[in-house]
Design a binder for this molecule. Structure first.
Ligand SMILES: Cc1ncc(COP(=O)(O)O)c(C=O)c1O
Length: 395
């Protein structure tokens, strides 16, 4: 008998080539062992701040919920009353509960959108720098992920996006606020993307699905404003979650909301089927009940904005260049050294862990996650200063 390899070739090669964020996490752990917990700035993982008290209370209330079949199988697309609340929360005329699938986080929502609307062999176009998992979600659905280089600050570049649209393109995925770019797509760029998709439709007869990943939707820093994607392109799917703004990433709760023009009993049946095909069947029941137990899903962005301001000041004090951070948890910084890995390593020697841009398809930058205790931003500030001082002394 010939022995088969233990792992799939795909899993093996992805493990070998990827995992930058996890690698950062491991390095931070090693540094903490060496220098002590309070002496390391771990800006690698996109961990949200602690869940606010109201979210914790809601989970306690949900655990006590004693409704019938509380722990049994439930509708694949979520508790109907939660679908209703989400449709209201989307707040766009014509959006109804029928167009909502409650999912295990935005990861589930994106995977579900790809599964429901695309077929194996299709292409998905994203803007680089991109959230690295987009490649994995696409590959898991048998799709090819194609990166269109963004502009200098990680925003959408219409020229490269247009060039990336090909015969097999069936979806474009945008992420706003962006991970890692920190950029928010406002009304004008969203309208331009829609115009481009419309021209593509006229040329090829193909109406591309626009997937908008808004996992950080409630973390937009004024005066920046998000666009309402549904106002611009009908074939649109919004992918959101409560992971970040409510600090409940481990509870796995998000949703997919499809445009009214895509909403129908057929679409709902397809989404329910795909939720099962993906193997997660439904989003966790207790997390759904917790969301129902909360009267209000609003979040206070102040602790995030304060940290955004602190890291921005640290970056500019070190004389570094960063993309404007308009939302989310990350700052996208240009490496002052041609060899970005040397910059990453030099920061690590100063006890500051960041993720190299290669993880997001753009090699000359690094990503700093600022949703960390303020003291860690202080360590990062000193590290950035020490490294850039050495760079200027050497040149
Ligand atoms: C851009 C982006 N999309 C999706 C996700 C996945 O989010 P969730 O935890 O809601 O699945 C993340 C998580 O970091 C993210 O940064």
């Amino acid at each position: 008998v010939s022995r088969l390899p233990e792992l799939s070739a795909w899993a093996r090669s992805e493990v070998e080539k990827g995992g930058w964020v996890r690698r950062g996490y491991e390095q931070a752990r090693r540094l903490r062992d060496l220098h002590g917990d309070g002496n390391v700035a771990d800006l690698s993982l996109g961990q949200p701040l602690e869940a606010p008290e109201k979210a914790r209370e809601a989970f306690i209330a949900a655990a006590r919920d004693g409704r019938a079949r509380r722990h049994g199988y439930m509708p694949n697309l979520g508790f109907p009353e939660l679908q209703e609340r989400i449709a209201e929360d989307v707040g766009v005329a014509g959006v109804t509960a029928q167009g909502i699938a409650v999912t295990p986080g935005a990861a589930g929502a994106i995977s579900l959108a790809l599964r429901t609307f695309l077929d194996a062999g299709d292409e998905v176009v994203g803007v680089a720098p991109y959230f690295s998992e987009f490649r994995l979600y696409s590959a898991a659905a048998g799709l090819d992920f194609v990166a269109a280089p963004g502009d200098r600050n990680g925003g959408v570049d219409l020229g490269t996006l247009e060039a990336a649209l090909g015969e097999r393109t069936r979806a474009v995925i945008l992420n706003s606020p962006g991970n890692p770019s920190g950029r928010v797509i406002g009304t004008e760029p969203m309208a331009e993307v829609a115009h481009l998709l419309d021209e593509h439709r006229r040329r090829t007869g193909v109406e591309v699905l626009l997937i908008v990943d808004e996992v950080y939707r409630n973390l937009v820093y004024a005066p920046s404003h998000r666009a309402e994607p549904f106002d611009h392109w009908p074939r649109t799917a919004l992918c959101r979650s409560f992971s970040k703004d409510l600090g409940i990433a481990g509870e796995r709760l998000g949703y997919l909301a499809v445009h009214p023009s895509l909403t129908s009993a057929d679409t709902a049946a397809a989404m329910a089927l795909c939720q099962r095909a993906l193997g997660y069947v439904n989003a966790p029941a207790t997390a759904q009940l917790a969301l129902l137990a909360l009267d209000d899903w609003s979040v206070d962005v102040t602790p995030y904005r304060e940290r955004r301001d602190l890291i921005a000041a640290a970056i500019s004090a070190a004389g570094l260049e960063a993309a404007p951070c308009e939302g989310g948890l990350y700052t996208w910084v240009r490496s002052p050294l041609e060899d970005t890995m040397r910059f990453v390593d030099a920061l690590m020697e100063e006890r500051c862990v960041v993720v190299p841009g290669v993880a997001f398809g753009v090699a000359d930058h690094v990503r700093l996650c600022f949703s960390v205790p303020r003291a860690q931003i202080g360590i990062a500030e000193a590290a950035l200063r020490a490294v850039t001082d050495r760079v200027s002394a050497a040149s």
